[in-house]
Ligand binder design. Structure first.
Ligand SMILES: [Zn+2]
Length: 163
């Protein structure tokens, strides 16, 4: 210990982190997953309006889905390379399926949910088309992930649960 407090997320080597789906931490019973859409520090970031719309779309679709009661939080990373999903009493594999199902639902939305002036802090800054393009690309990435990648996240989570 060097006596310096570090947030779990910042301990990863972000220059080696590839887009994907990662178990991040387990704290007070809440699991945090890292939904990484973009490779960090490569100059290709989610556009702010698409990021904002994805927040609305997936937060809605995740809560409306089969695992809705296990969803504690879904929100964007300030670095605009992905999102955090916080869950309770949920396997990594189930969180992975919930995300894929929610993206499928979100791709059918004809408008961004909760994007009226009374409901949102920046209601003009939305991009449904841009959000869908990013969601489609991320879904294709998730579908192409080898089974070992998810098994690895399951194992890392189980290790924390046993700790
Ligand atoms: Zn908003």
């Amino acid at each position: 210990m060097d006596g310096e407090f570090k947030i779990v997320c910042f301990q990863k080597d972000h220059d080696r982190l590839q887009p994907g789906f990662y178990f991040s931490s387990l704290q007070k019973g809440a699991a945090t997953f890292d939904l990484r859409f973009k490779k960090p520090n490569e100059g290709n970031f989610l556009a702010q309006a698409a990021l904002h719309s994805i927040e609305h779309m997936l937060a809605t679709a995740l809560r409306a889905g089969a695992y809705g009661e296990h969803i504690l939080y879904f929100g964007p990373m300030g670095c605009r390379t992905g999102f955090y999903l916080l869950t309770e009493n949920m396997r990594a594999a189930d969180a992975f399926d919930a995300v894929k199902t929610a993206i499928g639902e979100a791709l059918r939305y004809e408008q961004v949910p909760g994007a009226r002036r009374q409901e949102c802090g920046n209601y003009l800054e939305h991009d449904l088309t841009g959000a869908k393009a990013e969601l489609s690309a991320y879904l294709a990435l998730l579908n192409a992930l080898p089974a070992e990648a998810l098994a690895h996240e399951e194992a890392r989570m189980a290790e924390k649960e046993g700790a």
